[in-house]
Design a protein around this ligand. Sequence first.
Ligand SMILES: Cc1cc2nc3c(=O)[nH]c(=O)nc-3n(C[C@H](O)[C@H](O)[C@H](O)COP(=O)(O)OP(=O)(O)OC[C@H]3O[C@@H](n4cnc5c(N)ncnc54)[C@H](O)[C@@H]3O)c2cc1C
Length: 398
Amino acid sequence: MRNKTVLISGASIAGPALAYWLDRYGFNVTVVEKAPGLRPGGQAVDFKGRTHRTVLERMGVWEEIQRRRTGRFDTVYLDANGRELAVMTGEFTGGDVEILRGDVAAILYERTSGGCDYRFGDSITALAETADGVRAEFEHAAPQTFNLVVGADGIHSRVRRLAFGPERDYVRHLGYYYCVAGAPGFGHDARRPERLTARAWNAPGRMAARGGSKGSHLYLFASAELDCARGDVAAQRLLITELFAGMGGEVPSMLVELDHLGDFYLDAIAQVQMKGRYTSGRVALVGDAGYGNTLGGFGTGLAVVGAYVLAGELAVADGDHEAAYARYDEIMRRYAKIAGNSNAGRFMAPKTAWGIRGRNWLLGSRAFGLMMKYGDKAANDIDLADYPTMAEVGPEQS
Ligand SMILES: Cc1cc2nc3c(=O)[nH]c(=O)nc-3n(C[C@H](O)[C@H](O)[C@H](O)COP(=O)(O)OP(=O)(O)OC[C@H]3O[C@@H](n4cnc5c(N)ncnc54)[C@H](O)[C@@H]3O)c2cc1C
């Protein structure tokens, strides 16, 4: 086989999923992750439809994912007096199965750590392509040459920056920011005891939600790009407090609580736009690095399917990256379209009072059922090739 050594950057979902398949196909896999260890918890993510399920079954992890599922949350939109205005069902936001991102990462890591070399607390700093490989430099480890490099390092991918160019050329700000704080809160509402419920309040261009599967607080707001968006947490906390001051319902008490909540994270709602090319020379992108859309849904399913396709094409092409990458680009160009079609900010925090009323009406209408059907169709819009399964490749090596 050609190109046996593969370096993957990122150990969340896409990285370990790719490592899983490549390991079984006989590649030598190294995964470098900038965090000091596997990052636990995080927001809930979801899988939807038969395509995601088929890949997870072929990986032998579907049952485990079912066991660790969180349950789906309905989001109930309330007015300032606590009156129910609309309900966004958990089936829409949570797919067929919802599970913490960190739990998916842990399930995939458990199945790959024996066969792959995981290096935590390090990061690629430079990539230089040679005739038969890519020389990678690291923050800590000595430089090393690998046959192939894959960026699975999320929406702000460094591999994408090194191999394709600056983030501004590939990441489009969708006009909204989100902020999560605290661990996902798993609560019931007295009025809907049979369902898990998150409570949400809107003002034009803003939404605050308490007690859902993304974090114990979730804030969304419309904004052009912000200076304090990267890194300055104190400025970000102040911004949320100022922006949401004056909103009704439970928002004032949320803002008091926010001061004491950890796991605070604020980022733009953004979409990665690679213009249909997820590969360059010997480098490929998988998951959010190549086709992410924050909160746009399907990100985790796309990451798992993308990893399956990339590894499968490399195996079928006997390691010939030019042939495999061309097929991967072609297949994902179509399937990843799903990530290019939505802006969750616009739906969850419409910019006008009319927009909010229209969204609430839509949630209760038959048109919403059609929207859900469209989502189901898009999640399955791929002819999943029958790459060699685990049984054909041989027993698990880890
Ligand atoms: C608030 C929120 C809610 C979401 N809700 C959903 C949902 O309901 N459903 C859904 O399907 N998806 C959801 N997503 C998206 C989902 O989390 C991602 O699509 C999914 O995690 C993709 O995984 P990934 O492995 O490609 O990227 P990520 O999960 O972003 O992982 C990237 C990894 O790379 C590492 N890394 C980053 N930079 C470097 C570097 N320089 N060197 C080494 N390592 C690096 C990071 O530490 C991380 O471990 C949500 C995302 C957010 C932010």
